[in-house]
Unconditional design. Structure first.
Length: 399
């Protein structure tokens, strides 16, 4: 039974319900109102204006009425240069939990050119089904063809949840898809869970500059979409024997048309390790006092083979580029070791490093908030401690 219906014996065909439906979900057929359940959001506006009381709503079924049995949980498998990005594996791990809670299938959506060799990496991380689309125009991410294909796949297969990484690609693709299919979308999520009573996706994300964690639901929308921050969730363990169904999807050339063209790619010149991939990160904050003192951070990072990070205060002061910023307004990181030097530990920064395995704090202020979450703390002058650490590690590592 649909959770909203029209009793045809009562409907007079007056048409008063048509103009109040913002979604154009009601039409008159043979002078009788008909509801398009794909468009209906269950807002109830039509019920209030119907003089014949012909439209009925069943509140106990509002959330689940449009959810089909075994609807799938989808993960967009982001790839660059033909290689699956690690954020995809994190999403597959979280997607598995959601799929099990809904008792449905976990699927990966892989778009690219000659990327079929990457399917094994998706299946070994838990994907039960892989939708594969290959075409030369998909070798590199372009908004229009990627969105066109995702929209068509969603309309045909009707998943209940779609997860994307909160990366440059995910943040560009997700809103295009959501607007086109009128889906609910929550950005920059840090936690996901299924409400056992309703089946809604509970999407938790920071708001008000990271000072409040808000849990968002989109109960009147199926599909439910979320972009998820990189490095806030753990990758699942590899299971080589996991079997999956491979669905090769074909599209006409019209789907691959784009008004833009990729001319080339120039990587940012850097000698440091990517923060999102680094196992060790050494970060500096306002306690460094001047931009030239970041040399102390870079020297220690070079010895440890670590990435160089920074607090928002250091970036705002112009001491280092934004690409090094760690925190809620920068990069969320998940290294094995995070060394915070001269960083007081504002809540925005702590939110970005909370997934680190081990946090080491160096600060002369024993009351600094960073010590509240640090596994190890060194209270003292970083200008004395950092050179000693660099020297010691250089001797130990023979560098």
């Amino acid at each position: 039974m649909n959770c909203i219906s029209i009793k045809k014996s009562r409907c007079s065909g007056c048409g008063l319900c048509l103009p109040v439906c913002l979604w154009q979900a009601i039409v008159l057929e043979n002078k009788i109102a008909e509801i398009s359940y794909e468009k209906c959001t269950l807002c109830g506006a039509c019920i209030e204006v119907c003089p014949a009381k012909a439209i009925e709503l069943f509140p106990e079924e509002i959330v689940l009425c449009n959810v089909k049995k075994n609807q799938e949980v989808w993960v967009f498998a982001e790839q660059k240069n033909g290689l699956i990005q690690s954020v995809t594996f994190e999403l597959l791990g979280e997607g598995r939990k959601l799929a099990e809670a809904l008792k449905t299938t976990l699927c990966a959506i892989l778009l690219g050119d000659e990327v079929h060799s990457q399917i094994k990496h998706l299946t070994s991380r838990g994907a039960d089904r892989v939708y594969l689309v290959e075409h030369p125009q998909l070798a590199y991410f372009q908004d229009e063809p990627y969105a066109n294909i995702m929209i068509d796949l969603i309309k045909r297969h009707q998943p209940t949840i779609l997860l994307l990484g909160a990366t440059a690609i995910g943040r560009s693709l997700a809103p295009r898809v959501a607007v086109s299919i009128n889906a609910g979308l929550t950005a920059d999520c840090t936690a996901l869970k299924i409400d056992p009573e309703t089946g809604n996706l509970l999407q938790t994300r920071p708001t008000f500059g990271g000072n409040i964690m808000a849990t968002i639901i989109t109960p009147n929308k199926r599909l439910q979409m979320a972009t998820v921050r990189h490095k806030v969730m753990k990758e699942p363990t590899i299971c080589e024997g996991h079997q999956a169904k491979i669905c090769v999807e074909k599209f006409s050339e019209a789907f691959f048309q784009s008004r833009t063209r990729r001319l080339g790619f120039e990587p940012e010149p850097t000698t440091t390790i990517s923060l999102t991939e680094a196992n060790i990160i050494v970060s500096g904050g306002r306690g460094l006092q001047a931009p030239e003192n970041f040399t102390l951070i870079r020297e220690l990072a070079e010895v440890l083979g670590a990435g160089v990070g920074a607090s928002r205060a250091a970036v705002d002061a112009g001491w280092i580029s934004y690409s090094h910023q760690v925190g809620q307004t920068g990069k969320t990181v998940c290294p094995k070791i995070y060394i915070a030097c001269g960083i007081s530990g504002q809540i925005q920064h702590l939110a970005g490093i909370s997934s680190s395995d081990t946090i080491i704090a160096i600060n002369k202020d024993i009351e600094a908030p960073i010590f509240q979450i640090a596994d190890f703390g060194l209270v003292g002058d970083l200008f004395e401690i950092l050179p000693l650490l660099t020297k010691t590690f250089r001797n130990l590592l023979n560098k």
